[in-house]
Every structure is written in C-alpha cells, then in structure tokens.
Ligand binder design. Structure first.
Ligand SMILES: Nc1nc2c(c(=O)[nH]1)N[C@H]1C(S)=C(S)[C@@H](COP(=O)(O)OP(=O)(O)OC[C@H]3O[C@@H](n4cnc5c(N)ncnc54)[C@H](O)[C@@H]3O)O[C@H]1N2
Ligand code: MOO
Length: 414
C-alpha cells in the first residue's frame, strides 16, 4: 500500500468520499498479522488461523446421561410401577472408572452420570425410577434402547473439522478445543493499536477541571473498542494542540505498532494538530459522506504504521471506529466475520436525515417487538445517548425523512 492510500483520485473539494471507498482504503492499509501458537487461555477473542480437526470424538466413549442403572432394555420389558423387575447389581461404575466389565444378561450395573456405559448395556434407567438398591435393584418401568445414553461421537466425530479457520475464539469455541484435548491453538496475533487523543482542552479524569476544559474520554473509549475487537491497545498520553508534542509521543513506539488511531484535530480550525502534523506526510485527509464522522484521514506514519485519524467529537470518533477501523482490524487479524449483526427494524417514530450523507443515529432496538426507537438527537457530542444505545440506525445517503413504521436497517452493537 502506498502512502497516498487515502487520496481520492476523483475528489474535488466540493465532493465527498463515499463511506464504502473510505472503508476500503482504511482496510487496505492493514496487512494480515502473523500466525502464532498460543495456549488456549490466551486466545480469547482471537481468530483461529487453521481449521481445527478433532483428534478424538466427543463424547470420546458412550456414557450415561443420568445417575442410575445400566441395563439391557430387553430385561425390563415387563417392568411396571406395581410389578417391578428385580435384577442383581454386579458393578458400581463412577465417572472416571476405566476398567468397566461387560454387563451380563439379567443383571444391572449401578452407573453415574458421565461414566462409561458397560459393553452389553443399551440403556440407563434413572435412580428415581428404582428403589436405589445396591445388592439387587427394583426397576419400576421399561426403557427404550438408547435411553439416557450419550453415544460416542454423536457430537463431534474424530477426524472431522470442529472449528474452521477464521472463527472468533469465544468461550464455547475454546471450550470445545479443550474438550478434544487441544492445549494450544494457531491464531493471528492481535492488531497492535496506538491510541492518541489530541486537544489543549483535555484534562485526565480525576484531575480538577477549569471552565473551558473537558475530561479526556475518547482515548479510553477507543482503547476499549480496540480491545473489544480483539486488538491490543496502547493508550498514549494525550497531547495538546502542538505538532512537536504530537511527533514526540510517537517516537518510542515506531517499531511496536500496526496502527495509530488519533482523535481530534482534523477539521477546519486554526489549531488542527493532527492535520498539521500529518498532511503531506503520508496521510491524506478527506470529507466522507457520513454523519457523524465527516472529517477523516488515513495513510501511513513515517513508514512505521498505518494511521487512521478520527474526528474529535466523541460520537463521531466511536461511530467512525465502528464503520472504518473495526472491520479493518478484524480482517487483518484473520476473522472470517468482520461486520456486526445487522437486521431490519420498524421505526417507532419519524426522523429526518441530511441529504448526501449516510447517517448513523443511535437507537434502542427491542428484539421482541422488532421496533427501534431513537436515542437522543443527531449531535455528535451526545455521548450519553450513545452510552444508552444498543444499536446504530443506518440511514442511506438518499433518504432525508422516514415516517414512523418505516423499515430501517440497524447495526447491533452488543
Ligand atoms: N468550520 C468547520 N468546523 C467544523 C467542521 C467543518 O467541516 N468546518 N467539521 C465539524 C465536524 S463534523 C466535526 S466531527 C468536528 C471534528 O473536529 P476535530 O476532529 O478537529 O476535533 P476537535 O475540534 O479537536 O474536537 C471536536 C470536539 O470534540 C471534543 N473532543 C476532542 N477530543 C476529545 C477527547 N479526547 N475526549 C473528549 N472530547 C474530545 C472537543 O472538545 C470538541 O468539542 O469539527 C466540526 N467543526
Ligand atoms: O462529522 Mo461530525 O462527526 O458530524 O460531528
């Protein structure tokens, strides 16, 4: 990828870059991260790099689903509540017993949940349907062949693919890998992301605030979003609107990152530190047909890492991360799925939207009714509304109003 990745070849000042074009440019800046082998406990949220073929079956052996008695179902065909069948109990089989003798006709083995089914048995009768005897047992009813038996390989057959390359390793995926005896997995290394906020008005949370100052929130928020996307964030100390300070804070990280995301300093003011530091230096700035999130930039910093410059308004920053950075990070880290769940919802109230901009409004989607209501006004400073939302309404560029009852696309955030 060249430094001018973000130059819109056909983008006179009055034209806007499309969301799709900018998304593609950001994605093209990141290359696939290398594959490394990690113990399972360090794989959460990462993408599996190769298909996982099960070395053993699940269950590995046929076993009991209930605490009870292993029997031959034909021995119990006459059993009823009033006239139970009585059988001698010849063995006790707790879970974990490895020397399980076969079941002889006309006998029962006492068996616990998860214990190996003895050869010759074809069913288990739960202890609640017996007198719980230990020498002989009275069985108060018949059982179907296969009742309460978990067959070897009924879940996963040895030699079959249990997880495909590109799968995100969540709790269940790590669980099944452990269940087939795998201790470590090949995964794509997480994308290493520097997060740098800019602005002379910023003060660290916990410190005293003076009139005219605000607490720095984008850095923490974006670092958390990076982590949620399976990346490895490094939150840099935010810098004032000072180009030298901007470059200085990056110097010790030139070899340690894949991507820098900045917030703030990219619009049209007199003190746009990100623009001043990076324009013409490998990063190109553009206006994207999107609201929030119009001023954007991307490129490369001193041949060291990719850069995506996000606008400073908190909602603009987060929405831009969602739309541009998250999918690019997931693709680079080998994930087969790089998009959020999206579905159609019924709009609970009317809305208006700007023309020639793809708008992302914050909303609350109710999966039971299928309705979505707006959460707050469109303003890109309304972080409280974003924090109360569970989805973004994606309103296409050419739509300027939608009456209540319209169908709208929602991007589910959790
Ligand atoms: N004349 C114009 N003015 C603006 C334009 C424009 O096209 N022409 N675009 C507007 C839009 S849209 C956006 S979005 C913002 C983007 O501005 P910047 O990226 O330069 O961001 P700042 O000016 O530094 O900050 C904007 C806003 O966000 C607050 N902020 C910034 N960083 C943080 C942080 N780390 N934590 C919390 N809040 C932050 C900052 O205080 C400002 O209120 O520009 C419009 N203006
Ligand atoms: O594009 Mo800005 O992100 O609307 O506020």
């Amino acid at each position: 990828m060249t430094d001018d990745a973000c130059v819109s070849s056909n983008n006179p000042a009055h034209e806007l870059t499309s969301v799709a074009d900018h998304r593609a440019k950001v994605a093209s800046l990141l290359t696939r991260t290398p594959v490394e082998t990690r113990p399972l406990q360090n794989c959460l949220g990462l993408a599996l790099a190769e298909d996982l073929v099960a070395p053993i079956s699940l269950p590995p052996f046929s076993n009991s689903a209930m605490d009870g008695y292993a029997v031959r179902s034909v021995d119990l065909t006459e059993a009823t509540q009033d006239e139970p069948v009585k059988l001698p109990v010849s063995e006790d089989i707790p879970a974990g017993r490895v020397d399980v003798p076969p079941l002889q006709p006309g006998t029962a083995h006492r068996i616990m949940t998860g214990a190996q089914l003895p050869p010759g048995a074809d069913a288990v009768i739960p202890v609640e349907r017996t007198d719980a005897g230990t020498e002989t047992v009275a069985l108060f009813g018949s059982v179907q062949p296969g009742a309460h038996v978990r067959r070897a390989g009924e879940d996963v057959a040895a030699g079959t693919t249990v997880l495909t390359a590109g799968t995100r390793l969540g709790a269940a995926q790590l669980g099944v890998a452990a269940a087939v005896g795998i201790a470590e997995l090949p995964v794509h290394r997480p994308v290493r992301v520097l997060v740098l906020s800019t602005g002379s008005e910023l003060v660290a949370p916990g410190e005293e605030l003076q009139l005219g100052q605000i607490y720095e929130s984008n850095g923490l928020m974006l670092a958390a979003a990076v982590q949620e996307a399976g990346g490895e964030p490094t939150m840099l100390r935010f810098v004032p609107d000072d180009v030298d300070a901007f470059h200085e804070v990056l110097q010790t990280h030139l070899d340690s990152a894949d991507l820098l995301i900045t917030s703030g300093g990219v619009s049209a003011g007199a003190y746009e530190v990100v623009k001043d530091a990076l324009a013409g230096n490998g990063v190109e700035f553009t206006k994207v047909a999107m609201q929030p999130g119009m001023p954007q930039g991307c490129g490369r910093y001193r041949d060291a890492f990719a850069v995506v410059t996000l606008p400073g308004n908190p909602v603009s920053s987060m929405v831009s991360f969602e739309v541009f950075v998250r999918p690019a990070m997931l693709a680079a880290a080998g994930h087969a799925t790089t998009t959020r769940h999206r579905r159609q919802a019924v709009l609970a109230e009317s809305l208006v939207a700007p023309s020639r901009r793809q708008q992302f409004r914050r909303g609350v989607f109710d999966p039971v009714s299928g309705e979505v209501s707006l959460q707050g006004a469109p303003g890109s400073h309304l972080l409280g509304s974003l924090a109360r939302a569970n989805c973004l309404l994606a309103i296409p560029e050419d739509v300027t109003e939608m009456p209540a009852g319209s169908t709208v696309d929602v991007v589910l955030l959790d």
